[in-house]
Design a protein around this ligand. Structure first.
Ligand code: ATP
Length: 305
């Protein structure tokens, strides 16, 4: 019997994010390329004799009840299978919160996998994914693999591993509401050239062409978020000046990431953002790599300010 399980829930970046159109029913048709990075939350699951789910986190402002996606994931499976025992979830959160890195979804996916294993429920990957959809479509990514092409709530197409590079991740100290961003995007008025080339990017990944991926990086949501939060644009410019192949906002923001092939340039930019005179641009900074399963890559980082 498994009494304890330690899990990692990886954060993701959007290398490309397009809103193809807004349907009449208000649904945004999204196409995106997602990639997991080496920034992860650590989740410890412990069985308890006493029934019920308890959550403990290192961030005082995160809910520790059914509003936490990790809690919801555990409850979904434990209710369905009538598990009488209890579960304690210890969540050490490092993925920036409400930042466009799908941290909550990734936690939920990890807990679904963990509970399935811990209580020997025998659910397949697909069956877990079906349950993930009930909590939030983004949960699909970590369960589908590390890199995927697809849209919210749609089938994801796995992609082969990207060539390794350094990824500088910086979250400015502003909050962005995903709903507000989508509500303010006039998706049907976007010009042809404003749509990122998602298929071209997928092809570049298949060719293992990092420069080709970088040159196609694009996120239509920047059009809404950056004018409201100019620090995001400043962060992108900073990373480009410091030698990034390209830099982009992830999801609806405000997190910005830069892709570097020169590790020294990446380290210098990290130092300047974390400790130097550009510290004001970002509240949370990480220098990491892409996370591809079976890869080993170190990640450093932390919270500033
Ligand atoms: P996305 O990229 O999917 O838009 P996000 O990065 O914007 O995700 P998350 O960090 O996943 O957003 O979660 C945002 C909200 O969800 C927060 O307001 C937070 O209170 C709530 N939440 C619930 N559970 C979690 C969790 N385990 N981790 C982070 N946020 C959580």
């Amino acid at each position: 019997m498994i009494k304890h399980l330690g899990l990692r829930a990886y954060g993701k970046i959007n290398l490309g994010l397009d809103v193809v159109r807004k349907r009449e029913d208000g649904y945004h048709e999204v196409r995106m390329v997602m990639q997991t990075v080496g920034v992860y939350d650590r989740i410890d699951l412990d069985r308890k004799k006493r029934a019920g789910i308890t959550v403990e986190t290192n961030l005082y402002y995160l809910p520790n009840n059914e509003n936490n996606l990790a809690y919801r994931a555990a409850k979904l499976l434990m209710d369905e299978f009538g598990i009488r025992e209890g579960l304690h979830i210890k969540l050490a959160k490092y993925i920036p919160v409400a930042a466009g890195m799908a941290g909550g979804s990734s936690d939920a996916a990890a807990v679904l996998f963990g509970v399935n294993k811990m209580f020997d429920l025998g659910l397949s990957r697909e069956e877990l994914m079906e349950r993930g959809v009930k909590i939030g479509a983004d949960v699909l990514l970590p369960s589908a693999g590390n890199r995927a092409l697809g849209g919210i709530g749609e089938i994801l197409t796995p992609l082969p591993p990207m060539p390794q590079c350094r990824v500088l991740i910086a979250k400015p100290g502003v909050s962005v509401s995903t709903k507000w961003v989508y509500d303010n995007l006039r998706a049907n008025e976007l010009k042809q050239e404003e749509h990122p080339d998602i298929d071209g990017m997928a092809e570049a990944i298949r060719r293992r062409d990092l420069a080709g991926v970088a040159s196609r990086m694009g996120n239509v949501l920047e059009k809404v978020t950056i004018p409201a939060h100019p620090d995001i644009g400043d962060l992108k410019d900073f990373m480009l000046e410091r030698g990034a192949l390209n830099a982009l906002m992830s999801g609806s923001g405000p997190t910005v990431f830069g892709i570097f092939t020169n590790p020294v340039a990446a380290e210098d930019a990290y130092e300047a953002l974390r400790f130097g005179k550009y510290k004001y641009l970002a509240k949370q900074v990480y220098l990491t790599g892409l996370y591809n399963r079976r890869d080993t890559n170190g990640s450093s980082g932390g919270v500033t300010g």
